[in-house]
Ligand binder design. Structure first.
Ligand code: DP6
Length: 361
């Protein structure tokens, strides 16, 4: 399949105005996307758990107007106009214009809010871009009501990817793969697909407690970080390793081997940060408290034999992953031993989710 698949026909139907609303979750990668080619094509495959509690709710209000040269939209976060969000949306609209032919025929009002606290350091780009992509697909569906659900989701993921790579993994759940590879042959560089193989009970309702270690703005954005993988001395080997880890994860997900699972995800997290530390210019996004927490997790795991592991995104926060059956003791440990390392003691309890939901029609 190529990009051509997502170019819309010219629609004859006339849609004058309306509002569509979607909620879309964040996701956490187990095998990380780090490094991309032109047009948001990933250098390596990635796989993620879709989350449930951390999500963005976006309403798109559209009103037909005479087509103009420019996009016409306003962005609001929790009711407040946010002009500083607009350049990112403008870039997104430019990237998707060829696939969403009606963008310049409407005036849009984009109203958005997140369930997680403002500036928590949790990236809202995956949930935010996927929610907006889904709203645009709902509008496209009004032009083309015959569109199948499969095409709808695929194209929503395709559009979301053009907003932010990882956003293409937020449309559905509970495990999503993005990027061509030899393990999941149905996977694509263009959109995320549901993980197609058996998954052991151990991974059902898997928990993700997100420790908010540092809520400050990141010094280096993900987009800059991805670009630093061009000419990176370890890039090629890292891209191969992502393929190997995805292949290894397949048997682990099937057998339910939690120790092997933890070894893969923790190695992926630290490799991601190792790539940052060995970029030129080099940088470190972990904070002293990130390291304190990792050491505490390792000590607690050794002491108790409980299956607590971690992963990191491109920031200082720690995602603590564990099976639901062990959550009582692990949550007690998080509350008493790890929360003191979080800013204002804050953490968010999340778990695997099934993807985005439409909230109106
Ligand atoms: C470390 O999807 O935020 O979270 O495509 O430039 O928007 P852009 O990058 P983004 O990168 C996320 C990278 C990551 C790993 C992952 O989610 O796979």
């Amino acid at each position: 399949m190529t990009e051509q698949h997502f170019i819309s026909p010219v629609y004859s139907k006339d849609i004058s105005e309306g509002t569509v609303t979607w909620e879309s979750p964040s996701n956490i990668a187990l095998v990380k996307y780090w490094g991309k080619k032109q047009h948001q094509i990933p250098e390596n495959p990635s796989i993620s758990f879709t989350l449930s509690a951390c999500k963005t709710i976006t309403s798109l209000t559209f009103q037909k107007k005479t087509a103009t040269e420019n996009f016409d939209f306003e962005v609001y976060l929790e009711g407040e106009r946010k002009p500083d969000f607009e350049p990112k949306i403008e870039t997104f609209f430019k990237r998707i214009e060829a696939y969403v032919p009606f963008l310049k025929d409407f005036k849009f009002k984009i109203e958005t809010k997140n369930t997680f606290p403002h500036s928590s350091g949790i990236a809202s780009s995956a949930s935010g871009m996927s929610a907006l992509a889904l709203c645009l697909m709902s509008l496209e569906k009004q032009f083309n009501p015959e569109m199948t659900r499969e095409f709808f989701n695929q194209k929503a993921s395709f559009l979301a990817r053009l907003g932010s790579g990882s956003a293409c993994r937020s449309i559905e759940g509970d495990l999503i793969v993005w990027g061509e590879n030899e393990t999941v042959t149905a996977a694509s560089d263009l959109f995320g697909v549901k993980y197609p193989f058996p998954v052991h009970e151990n991974f059902k309702n898997y928990q993700d407690t997100i420790l908010l270690i540092d809520k400050g703005e990141k010094q280096v954005s993900s987009t800059v970080g991805h670009n630093l993988m061009h000419g990176h001395p370890f890039a090629e080997r890292r891209f191969e390793q992502a393929h190997e880890n995805l292949a290894a994860l397949k048997s682990v997900l099937e057998s339910g081997d939690l120790d092997a699972f933890i070894a893969i995800i923790e190695s992926e997290a630290l490799t991601l940060h190792a790539m940052m530390m060995t970029s030129m210019p080099y940088y470190i996004l972990m904070k002293p408290n990130t390291l304190e927490v990792l050491n505490k997790i390792w000590a607690f795991r050794k002491e108790t034999g409980l299956h607590i592991g971690f992963t990191l995104d491109a920031g200082a926060n720690v995602h603590v992953l564990y099976p639901k059956t062990e959550s009582e003791n692990i949550l007690k440990f998080i509350t008493t031993e790890l929360a003191p390392y979080c800013q204002n003691g804050q953490f968010i309890c999340d778990e695997i989710g099934m993807g985005a939901k439409q909230l109106n029609n």
